[in-house]
Design a protein around this ligand. Structure first.
Ligand code: NAD
Ligand code: IPM
Ligand code: MN
Length: 369
């Protein structure tokens, strides 16, 4: 037992639904495993905008930096589509990432054995698949200045963004990639477009040099992003760790999601640098999927991405690998029993609701301890 501070930010759309179900797992952990948290809830995204006129208040921002970990749902929705750029729900999430300096976003894509038939690819291509997409999360075109929409003399407009990476930004994400690969199968694929982008040229130079100086014993390759997208659906098992920039990482991780049977299965961990004296680091755990407005409020969302994000929270923020393993095992067993939410590409299986999926996972947890 302890008092670990957890800030929960459910957000919008299916965010509150999948976070609500995950909190039932957190309760179970508190009762049966003496894993106790001081839980605070806050508003983010459209929910925060509705209450306070901003997608993230300074107070919630401060709470997030003081928490031991943040569990995040999803933000956004059609209701907010016409808001000015700075007020959009997504700005809340981007501010959290930037101000907590969560530069390393770990997006694992794993295929549960019983889900092999649910992938959009042939079973033999995905059976046993276990890849890690490491996405740089605080730089690149998501944050660089200048950006804007300007008026041109001819009366038309010009929208522009800036893509840039510095040597230290590339090196710190590169080091995380090499560390991850050492604990996995020892292979790193660095992805950019050095054939057309100057930021890609530097990315490739810095990563290649870093591999030479710090990547001893690791297999390393450079790959263009368009080819990587193709290779991911051709032979995904060739990859171990893919390290890439903010935008390519966003796109490639959605692509990898479908290899596993549904976007609703993919968790992620957004991590900051470790403080050398305390060993602590900022961390936010967020599913890869969004607020799914098309199914929000219908009780049919898949809660597994959020639950697996909580498992990553246990593992990466609190060193509770055993509890994380237990939760993953329970999910694995329930899927093996044939239970599927509607998003999972499945044939001839009964579709269950969000709550029924959680009920079964809780029952399975009870059986496992
Ligand atoms: P989305 O991920 O919300 O949905 C894409 C498709 O996948 C939809 O058909 C949806 O129903 C389905 N889906 C996603 N998660 C699911 C789950 N857990 N269970 C069942 N089905 C699921 O992406 P979108 O539709 O492009 O974006 C909707 C909104 O979400 C936008 O405002 C976008 O900016 C936002 N968004 C937020 C995050 C985030 O908060 N981290 C991530 C992506 C998108
Ligand atoms: C994601 C989302 C976010 C991103 C949006 C909602 C800001 O798509 O986490 O993958 O583009 O990073
Ligand atoms: Mn995305």
């Amino acid at each position: 037992a302890s008092n670990k501070k957890l800030l929960v930010l459910p957000g919008d759309g299916i965010g509150p639904e999948v976070v609500g179900e995950t909190l039932r797992i957190v309760d179970w952990m508190a009762k049966k495993r003496s894993v106790s948290f001081d839980i605070e809830e806050g508003l983010v995204g459209g929910a925060a905008y509705d209450a306070h006129g901003t997608a993230l208040t300074d107070e919630t921002m401060t709470d997030a930096t003081h928490a031991d970990a943040v569990l995040f749902g999803a933000v956004g929705g059609p209701k907010y589509d016409d808001l000015p750029f700075e007020l959009k729900p997504e700005r809340g999430l981007l501010r959290l990432r930037k101000e907590m300096d969560l530069f390393a976003n770990l997006r694992p894509a794993m295929v549960f054995p019983s889900m092999v038939e649910n992938s959009s690819l042939k079973p033999e291509l995905v059976s046993g698949l276990d890849i890690m997409i490491l996405r740089e999360l605080t730089g690149g075109v998501y944050f660089c200045e200048p950006r804007g929409i300007e008026d041109l003399p001819d009366g038309s407009k010009r929208g522009f963004d800036t893509q840039a990476y510095t040597t230290p930004e590339i090196e710190r994400i590169g080091r995380v990639a090499f560390d991850l690969a050492r604990k996995r199968r020892g292979k790193v694929t660095s992805v950019e477009k050095a054939n057309v982008m100057m930021s890609g040229v530097l990315w490739r130079q810095v990563m290649t040099a870093l591999h030479a100086s710090e990547g001893e014993g690791l297999e390393y390759e450079n790959m263009f992003a368009d080819n990587c997208a193709m290779q991911l659906v051709r032979t995904p098992k060739q990859f171990d760790v893919i390290v890439t920039d903010n935008l390519f990482g966003d796109i490639l991780s959605d692509c990898a999601a479908m290899l596993t049977g549904s976007l609703g299965m993919l968790p992620s961990a957004s991590l900051g640098a470790e403080d050398p004296t305390t060993g602590k680091r900022h961390a936010l755990y967020e599913p890869v999927h969004g607020s799914a407005p098309d199914i929000a409020g219908k009780g049919m969302a898949n809660p597994i991405a959020e639950m697996l994000s909580f498992a990553m929270l246990l593992r990466y923020s609190f060193d509770m690998g055993e509890d994380a393993d237990l939760l993953e095992k329970a999910i694995d067993n329930v899927l093996a029993g044939g239970m599927r939410t509607a998003d999972i590409m499945a044939t001839g299986k009964a579709k269950v609701s969000t709550a029924t999926m959680t009920d079964s996972i809780l029952k399975e947890l009870d059986k496992l301890v």
